[in-house]
Design a protein around this ligand. Structure first.
Ligand code: NDP
Length: 330
């Protein structure tokens, strides 16, 4: 095994923090208990922010970027893991405080590792990645609130994005009548193929809303924030739940308390980064049961690690539909 390996490393370059492909050696790796030979990572919105330097994600430099990884344990000083175990990591401040998954190998804390479900290859697990696992956390929040498909239709915003596309897939597999909100002109066909019953244009929600609008959605998964989230809240039915996941359209929330105090609407925040191991394992178990591999194959493509700097800008500019898996060894 060669001592040198490739990684996307963020450093200050020309006055800006940016990630580029570099060669590292085993001696560069942090002194954590489990060495993982990584096969795949993936591209999330947050990776776009970190690698491009358009968001302040990396809090220590140099930083190996990549919030997700899947691979095989190479060596372990942690009794819970042995060489050969298939493992994945999502979040846990990788790419913020700790070195992450855009590398051919990494040393990680055993507390962060989750077994790759037997139903998935490493590539499929990363086709889901943080986006898919977060979509599942959102769907579990809807289910835990007792909102079954009979409660009424479900809405997914940013629907052709990673969290959005997997949320559409999961909710429709569970029997919900799903409407996807998209800004992409060709988004409707893609969303229908994932099981969406209807599609609406982004502008219909990304506007100033009234405190209460016509009661429409029993449940929603929102990746967008801003005016969109405020409008979704105003349109949520009595007793409904909105899972607030993201900020692709802005971090402000220009809403009123009316949906909460007059309709008992719940706004449920979803934090995938520091979710407990119990919640992670529950989510991955549910993904293994619900995801149809043939449908999953339709929503991702595989790219080499050298493409990550260009892909980082593409995802921030909203030019990517579905998911991109990164083959770190290609
Ligand atoms: P993607 O870029 O894959 O998806 C975001 C989607 O949002 C886009 O595809 C687009 O969908 C829509 N969108 C983009 N820009 C705008 C805009 N200006 N106004 C309205 N809609 C827009 O990102 P991810 O799915 O990886 O992440 C989505 C969001 O969720 C991000 O903000 C991310 O940081 C957050 N996130 C949070 C997590 C958590 O733990 N809370 C975990 C994972 C992600 P379309 O073209 O179909 O409209």
């Amino acid at each position: 095994m060669s001592d040198t390996f490739n990684a996307i490393v963020a450093r200050e370059r020309d006055g800006k923090v940016q990630g580029q492909l570099e060669a590292l050696t085993a001696a560069d790796l942090p002194d954590e208990d489990v060495l993982v030979e990584i096969s795949h990572s993936t591209l999330n919105y947050k990776d776009g922010l970190a690698v491009s330097g358009r968001g302040r994600i990396c809090r220590r430099l140099p930083m190996v970027c990549g919030i997700d990884l899947a691979g095989v344990v190479g060596e372990s000083r942690d009794g819970r893991f042995q060489a050969g175990d298939r493992v994945l990591v999502n979040g846990y401040e990788l790419s913020e405080k700790y070195w992450g998954g855009y590398a051919q190998r990494q040393r990680l804390k055993g507390d962060w590792l989750v077994p790759v479900p037997a139903a998935f290859t490493a590539e499929q697990a990363m086709a889901l990645g943080t986006a898919g696992y977060t979509a599942m956390l959102s769907v579990l929040a809807i289910q835990d609130a007792g909102l079954t498909p009979d409660a009424g239709p479900a809405l997914v915003t940013g629907a052709t994005g990673g969290v959005g596309a997997v949320s559409v897939m999961l909710l429709s597999a569970l029997g919900y009548e799903v409407t996807g909100v998209t800004g992409k002109p060709d988004g409707a066909q893609f969303l229908q193929s994932l099981g969406a019953a209807a599609t609406i244009a982004r502008e219909e929600l990304a506007r100033d809303s009234r405190p209460l609008e016509s009661e429409t959605w029993a449940a929603a998964v929102d990746s967008v924030g801003g005016n969109t989230l405020a409008t979704v809240l105003a349109q949520t039915r009595r007793g409904g739940l909105v899972a607030a996941v993201g900020l692709a359209g802005g971090f402000r929330l220009p809403a009123t308390v009316m949906p909460f105090i007059l309709r008992g609407v719940t706004l449920r925040g979803i934090d995938s980064v520091m979710a407990s191991q119990e919640r992670r394992r529950r989510a991955w178990g549910a993904l293994a049961e619900l995801v149809d591999p043939a449908k999953l194959a339709e929503i991702y493509r595989v790219a080499p690690m050298s493409d990550v700097p260009a892909l980082a800008n593409e995802i921030l500019d909203g030019r990517i539909s579905g998911r991109v898996v990164i083959d770190v060894n290609a």
